[in-house]
Design a protein around this ligand. Structure first.
Ligand code: PLP
Length: 372
């Protein structure tokens, strides 16, 4: 039986173990928030933002962020057609309406021009997603948002460590969110965080995340609140893991870049497109992604079968969200509908070896040669 190669898994060292051991042995009573506060401080410092609010998931952080940014029932929220479902679900929790917009062929991120075409008087917000580490065209998108008075949320769950004109992905718009699920670039098991430079947004999100409790309400009393809220809190144990991981973030991101470059070199003779890195951007390459040229007629389901036999976990490029049964399809989003079936993600966990990458690419080349 050959060694299994998962798509992703965390890098856990003695440092992570010692922090979590300390939290579980000592992080109680008056110390029960210490790692949470330290993690929020360290993360905000890394991002270069004024505020960070740790949460139990990125999905929860998106829900809080949309509410704190003022998205209400019946508002329209623009969102790229290609993303993980978690970017869209919180729009539905609020009773607002997701409007799926096509992506660009080169970045697989929101197309600014097509975005502008769907703006209506009901449009309230834009969620941009930096897919697989790739950067959205933030300069153009922020200019459009300003023109139409819209708020912008960056879903940077897949782009921790990516940079755009010297700024960290997630720190550019009105608010940004990240995920620390075990498959992401850094992990807290499950977890997420909301970052913002806007103090009002931060305060609102914090109150919403604490059952609506507001210490600054003039009528504030113990267990009394004006509005109901939610609870998407991160635990101190998870935050301890997060503190260790964020202290290793340069190492974790550098390894992602190294792994991507192995694939790039190994795939140089295959007619395909990989995650781009344009001038003034740095891609942290969460998932090395391959979109094969059309004429190859790449049958990804057949390739996944072959991978399974070899213990390799390759994944499909996301489906266009509007193609899912609970949404009305928007086949007019031609780029998204054209590329998704030709796209796959390759393993990129921290301890992946160059020989593993070679093994995967050799299998891929053999598959293409026998099937194309
Ligand atoms: C992983 C991911 C999320 C959700 O993160 P959770 O922590 O699992 O809630 C949201 N958006 C994108 C783009 C993701 O990749």
């Amino acid at each position: 039986m050959s060694k299994k190669i998962p798509i992703n898994k965390p890098s856990i060292t003695e440092l992570e173990v010692s922090y979590v051991n300390d939290a579980i042995a000592n992080g109680w009573g008056e110390k029960c928030y210490d790692y949470i506060h330290r993690f929020e401080k360290d993360f905000a410092k890394y991002q270069g933002t004024n505020h960070a609010l740790a949460t139990s998931s990125c999905t929860g952080a998106i829900h809080l962020a949309l509410m704190a940014l003022g998205v209400k029932e019946d508002d329209e929220v623009i969102i790229p057609e290609i993303t993980w479902i978690a970017s869209a679900e919180p729009i539905l929790y609020i009773g607002a309406k997701p409007v799926f917009v096509d992506v660009l062929e080169d970045t697989w991120c929101l197309d600014p021009q097509k975005l502008e075409e769907v703006i209506t008087p009901k449009t309230k917000a834009i969620i941009v997603v930096h897919i697989y580490g790739n950067l959205s065209n933030m300069n153009q998108i922020m200019a459009i948002a300003k023109k139409y008075n819209l708020v912008v949320l960056e879903d940077a769950a897949e782009a921790l460590g990516s940079e755009y004109y010297g700024k960290k992905a997630g720190s550019i718009a009105d608010a940004g969110v990240f995920s620390f699920h075990g498959t992401k670039t850094m992990t807290t098991g499950e977890g997420g965080i909301l970052v913002t430079n806007n103090e009002t947004v931060y305060e609102k999100a914090k109150i919403l995340n604490d059952h609506g409790r507001n210490a600054k309400d003039p009528e504030n009393k113990m267990f009394w609140m004006r509005d109901y809220g939610y609870k998407y809190k991160m635990s101190n144990l998870q935050a301890a893991l997060g503190c260790a991981q964020i202290s290793r973030i340069e190492e974790l991101v550098n390894k992602k870049r190294e792994i991507f470059n192995w694939y790039k070199e190994l795939l140089k003779d295959i007619p395909c497109q990989l995650n781009p890195e344009f001038e003034h951007t740095k891609n942290s390459y969460w998932l090395p992604t391959v979109v094969f040229d059309k004429y190859l007629n790449f049958d990804r389901e057949a390739f996944f079968e072959l991978c399974k036999e070899s213990g390799i976990d390759s994944r499909p490029f996301f489906f266009p969200l509007s193609s899912l049964p609970m949404f009305e399809d928007r086949k007019g989003n031609i780029v998204s509908y054209d590329i998704f079936e030709r796209g796959i993600n390759l393993p990129s966990y921290h301890d992946l070896e160059k020989s593993d990458a070679s093994k995967i690419v050799n299998l891929l080349i053999k598959f293409i040669n026998t099937n194309a």
